[in-house]
Design a protein around this ligand. Structure first.
Ligand code: MN
Length: 381
């Protein structure tokens, strides 16, 4: 069977108050095109469909559109779990309609399907299920997916040590799903949690150790970490990475989906396929106006946050006018401009004001203005 693994779509993500619907639809369409070209049978979605629990309502519609587009009228199955950014109830709001499209949505380990709505006339179909797992078959080919949506109890366990709380609990839930694993099926764990990897710093409390993963798993499809990465190559434990940038970063992040074929208990033709639709959010530091212009001319990032050491008022508007990619300008704090801390602290309010005025207007402030400033600072006027 051919599988596509993706996660962290973060639908509803915006940039400086503007929606990114076009970008997100383009990304969904691009994933659908890959799925078509590669004859993918099953899409595994490993959580975080939405940007955050306060997502705008159009994000729900984007999610429905995505399920319709990607499932190709139910000729392709989708198995999807909720992540920590999804409201669990909202994630499964359209689950009965989704079932009619061969899409299976989970926010916990319950597999309480309305039998009437299950697709029965498609080449890929649901052939078995139980608490924490589902089995899908295409002819003699079978996969079993053990489900591990982001556990709601994560947040309540802060005061206990991981040894007594989190890890044993997760292990037990994973073992529950693994009951569905069969000798003649390709066995998958679909989970949204943090495992140690080579791209993000360790999170000692929430980290799930490899020992918690049942040995019978042939592939572990993870979501939560936004960059594609491998947790364990030998055991096929992977993060597909997300499909949208949410923060201004100092380097351009790459986005992709993972596609592979099952071969008994092995995987073959494991490929990362690059996505071109996700836009880049880049953070650029510049010394002054000229430096900013050069750097902005040399980047193809769609959204840029400029961190300026100095910038005059008219230069600010000139940059905004000239570069549509410029979505945010921030001034670096003075102490970063001048590393000489002693000098800064030695300046009193008046001197700081005089320095600021000279810097901004290229002349000394009048005595009257300085007095006015000092009165304001004291709160006299
Ligand atoms: Mn997440």
């Amino acid at each position: 069977m051919k599988i596509l693994h993706t996660s962290d779509w973060h639908l509803g993500a915006s940039i400086e108050g503007k929606n990114r619907i076009d970008e997100q639809l383009a990304t969904i369409n691009e994933i659908a095109k890959i799925a078509d070209e590669k004859n993918v049978d099953v899409i595994l979605f490993a959580g975080d469909a939405f940007v955050n629990p306060n997502m705008p309502s159009y994000a729900d519609h984007l999610f429905e559109k995505a399920l319709i587009k990607l499932s190709n009228n139910g000729n392709r199955a989708i198995v999807a779990i909720s992540g920590n950014n999804d409201i669990p109830e909202r994630f499964v709001a359209c689950k009965e309609l989704a079932l009619k499209q061969n899409c299976f949505l989970f926010n916990n380990l319950n597999t309480d399907f309305d039998e009437e709505n299950i697709c029965k006339d498609k080449s890929i179909k649901l052939t078995d299920y139980g608490k924490g797992f589902i089995e899908l078959s295409k002819g003699d080919d079978k996969i079993v997916v053990a489900l591990m949506p982001y556990p709601a109890f994560f947040g309540n366990e802060q005061n206990k040590t991981r040894e007594e709380a989190l890890v044993p609990k997760i292990k037990r839930l994973l073992e529950l799903g693994a009951i569905g694993f069969k000798e003649d099926s390709f066995n998958i764990i679909l989970a949204h949690f943090y495992m140690k990897n080579n791209t993000e710093p360790t999170d000692p409390y929430f980290e799930i150790p490899i020992e918690a993963i049942p040995n019978e798993a042939d592939y572990v499809a993870l979501g939560h970490v936004h960059a594609e990465c491998c947790v364990d190559e030998e055991r096929h434990i992977y993060y597909s990475g997300g499909t949208v940038s949410l923060y201004y970063q100092t380097h351009k992040q790459k986005y992709s989906v993972t596609v592979f074929e099952t071969d008994g208990h092995k995987i073959k033709n494991n490929q990362k396929i690059r996505l071109t639709s996700p836009k880049t959010m880049l953070k650029i530091t510049a010394n002054d106006y000229t430096d900013a212009v050069t750097k902005l001319q040399n980047t193809d990032a769609t959204y840029v946050r400029l961190m300026m050491k100095q910038l005059k008022k008219d230069e600010f508007s000139k940059l905004k006018k000239e570069f549509s990619s410029l979505t945010n300008i921030s001034m670096l704090p003075a102490r970063l401009k001048k590393p000489n801390k002693n000098l800064q602290t030695a300046l009193n309010d008046e001197k700081i004001f005089v320095e600021f005025f000279k810097n901004e207007y290229n002349k000394e402030p009048s005595d009257k203005l300085i007095k006015c400033y000092k009165d304001l600072i004291k709160g006299d006027k």
